[in-house]
Design a protein around this ligand. Structure first.
Ligand code: ADP
Ligand code: F6P
Length: 331
């Protein structure tokens, strides 16, 4: 029922991700275009509970699309898992006239949106996380910028690794998911790519690979290690002891979450923000915006949270194949 929602709130929650500002900007401007009032909520669910709520207009989001981080701020708010806290948050929304809410964040943030929907606030989730670990969507805001940032940093580490003929273990973010590691592993031409979904903790395989590569004249050996496996520094010590080859660990850390978003992150986030504003305007609730098979769409949050995501077996196989330096001659 178009026009049911009179005032929309927008917040960012969980880890920040480059492109969140483009999504906020689109939510604000599309809502205004739909004749709906728009309020910004600072610092995620924490800010909602503290009533850090401000009116927004088209100018509020001017000069933000190119910025990393989130202009609304973000936070983790563990107490939001409690039923009475969620009820209180719904009351605060009503007090401020907010009858629709756009939540930009990961699947933890979607659970908060799901709870608010049950308490009568129309909610829509937008996938905002560098980890690409939301099952219902092929795209999450920030992943593209994060992998490009990490890829450039890894190229730099490769230069010094080659000059010193060292092995380098580079740890990338991703929480329990290996997508950043997989993409950088392929894009940086790493010799080994360790994904939490696949790694069997057999370090002897790595040691043998490093020694074999050195024998055929390789001056570097890059291992991309995912945060979900971790322990890169102690892994480096063990590998150095086993191979006799100097080994260093570099943990890229939060640099992957910052910086100006890529064109893809600005564009997709803009479309998703506008889409969220439109489906709230149509009266939808407990939905999340997704990108699947080349199309923007929406689906039920309950269904989205029940889905699981795995590393594509073909892409994984290719990543392993391209890392090798010796191939069986099939001619
Ligand atoms: P992300 O949204 O990136 O997955 P988190 O898992 O840290 O990040 O979740 C962000 C916030 O979402 C949490 O700090 C909390 O406020 C809220 N949240 C997470 N899980 C739940 C839940 N089960 N119920 C309600 N709110 C939740
Ligand atoms: O979800 C994004 C992310 O950067 C993960 O890759 C990482 O595990 C986590 O957030 C770190 O969270 P925090 O900012 O709380 O240290």
């Amino acid at each position: 029922m178009a026009g049911k929602v009179k005032t929309i709130g927008v917040l960012t929650s969980g880890g920040d991700a480059p492109g969140m500002n483009a999504a906020i900007r689109a939510v604000v401007r599309k809502s205004l275009n739909n004749g709906v009032n728009i309020k910004g909520i600072k610092k995620g669910y924490m800010g909602l509970l503290n009533e850090e709520i401000m009116d927004m207009n088209a100018i509020s989001v001017s000069d933000t699309i190119q910025r990393g981080g989130t202009v609304l701020g973000t936070a983790r708010c563990p107490e939001f898992k409690e039923e009475e806290v969620q009820e209180e948050a719904a009351k605060i929304c009503r007090k401020h006239g907010i009858d629709g809410l756009v939540v930009i964040g990961g699947d933890g943030s979607y659970r908060g949106a799901q709870a608010l929907s049950k308490h009568g606030i129309n909610t829509i989730g937008i996938p905002g996380t560098i980890d690409l670990d939301i099952s219902c969507t092929d795209y999450t805001i920030g992943f593209d910028t994060a992998v490009n940032t990490a890829m450039q940093a890894i190229d730099k580490v490769r230069d010094t690794s080659s000059s010193h003929e060292r092995c380098s273990i580079i740890e990338v973010m991703g929480r329990n998911a290996g997508y950043i590691a997989l993409w950088c592993g392929v894009a940086n031409g790493a010799e080994d790519i360790l994904l939490p979904e696949k790694y069997d903790f057999n370090e002897q395989v790595l040691v043998n690979n490093i020694i074999a590569n050195r024998k055929i004249g390789k001056t570097h050996h890059l291992i991309i290690n995912a945060e979900g496996i971790g322990h890169s520094t102690s892994m480096a010590r063990r590998i150095e002891a086993a191979t006799g080859i100097e080994t260093r660990a570099t943990i890229l850390g939060y640099m992957q979450r910052g910086g100006s978003p890529t064109c893809k992150d600005r564009y997709y986030a803009s479309i998703m923000g506008a889409y969220a504003a439109d489906i709230l305007f149509e009266g939808k609730t407990n939905r999340c915006v997704c990108y699947q098979n080349g199309k923007f769409m929406d689906m039920d949050i309950d269904e989205a949270l029940a889905m699981t995501k795995t590393i594509d077996p073909y892409q994984f196989e290719v990543s392993r194949l391209l890392s090798r330096n010796e191939y069986t001659d099939k001619k």
